[in-house]
Design a protein around this ligand. Structure first.
Ligand SMILES: NC(=O)C1=CN([C@@H]2O[C@H](COP(=O)(O)OP(=O)(O)OC[C@H]3O[C@@H](n4cnc5c(N)ncnc54)[C@H](O)[C@@H]3O)[C@@H](O)[C@H]2O)C=CC1
Ligand SMILES: CC(=O)C(C)=O
Length: 255
């Protein structure tokens, strides 16, 4: 019987690549996003790969919606083996300019969302005596980057949550790890590039290029590079690993 994974924010970008990779690995994969059209399209791609899927529209910052999403998954598949809390948002601003509304928005999605998904998944996985929770952190969770200060704060928080949850959930047979991508070619970085330009006096495309000079392997990361690593985290090969937040960044950071 196929194992079941749920990937949040899987309508595009890194989440989509993870969902498709897990389907190729033999999982039935549930696709969450706030964008229903995008989620449905990815669910269809998964079905075309021969695995079952379910698109679930839900905002991860809404605790009730997250619990209801996991209920829908369990109702259809009777189990949840892997929860990938991938959904996240970014914003480019100086910390001196960030407003209370900016903070509320980014912390609700990137931090509260990760905790709500962890709570809902753990409730089900505890019944099974087994499960894997995988969170999206970032290299910005290991090092602060200018103009991404409040975003970095959310990703530092995800790393802390991952460490704490690993210790709390180990007795229930649940592991908790995180992936920390670098500079990935997705709509998120398109937005960062566009908004950073005016602060740095750079034209469109130049901010991403400037950041990319930090990549040891010399090319911008593809969503599939992240998915390859999440495939390992979701597999039994990672069974002896918990509480870790690993850079998968082509060599931007060395810690
Ligand atoms: N792109 C990059 O360079 C990096 C991305 N990351 C992290 O990886 C994750 C995915 O990033 P990307 O694919 O680049 O982002 P993206 O912006 O391309 O895609 C994010 C997806 O999440 C969905 N989403 C947004 N808010 C949501 C919510 N409240 N509930 C449910 N779905 C929601 C969006 O509709 C979209 O489909 C994020 O957590 C991000 O912080 C980490 C490091 C680098
Ligand atoms: C978006 C993001 O996390 C970075 C570090 O680029």
């Amino acid at each position: 019987m196929s194992k079941v994974a749920l990937v949040t924010g899987a309508g595009r970008g890194i989440g989509r690549a993870i969902a498709l990779r897990l389907a190729r690995d033999g999982f039935n994969v549930c696709v969450n996003d706030i964008n229903g059209e995008a989620a449905n399209a990815v669910a269809e791609e998964i079905e075309q790969l021969g695995q079952s899927s379910l698109a679930v529209i839900a905002d991860v910052s809404n605790r009730e919606a997250v619990f209801s999403m996991v209920d829908k998954v369990v109702k259809k598949f009777n189990r949840l083996d892997v929860m990938v809390s991938n959904a996240g948002i970014a914003q480019v601003k100086l910390l001196t300019e960030v407003t209370p509304e900016d903070l509320d928005r980014i912390f609700k999605v990137n931090v509260y969302g990760v905790i709500y998904c962890l709570q809902a998944a753990a409730k089900q996985m505890e019944k099974q005596g087994k499960g894997k929770i995988i969170n999206a952190a970032s290299i910005a969770g290991h090092q602060g980057f200018k103009l991404l200060g409040h975003y970095s704060a959310t990703k530092f928080a995800v790393i802390g949550i991952t460490q704490s949850a690993a210790q709390e959930l180990a007795p229930k047979g649940i592991t908790v790890n995180a992936y920390c991508p670098g500079i990935v070619d997705t709509d998120m970085w398109e937005l960062i590039d566009e908004k950073m330009g005016p602060y740095l006096g750079l034209e469109k495309g130049e901010s991403m290029k400037k950041f990319s000079e930090l990549i040891t392997l010399g090319r911008i990361q593809k969503p599939e590079d992240v998915a390859n690593f999440v495939s390992f985290l979701a597999s039994t090969d990672s069974d002896y690993m918990t509480g870790q937040s690993i850079n998968i960044d082509g060599g931007v950071l060395f810690s």
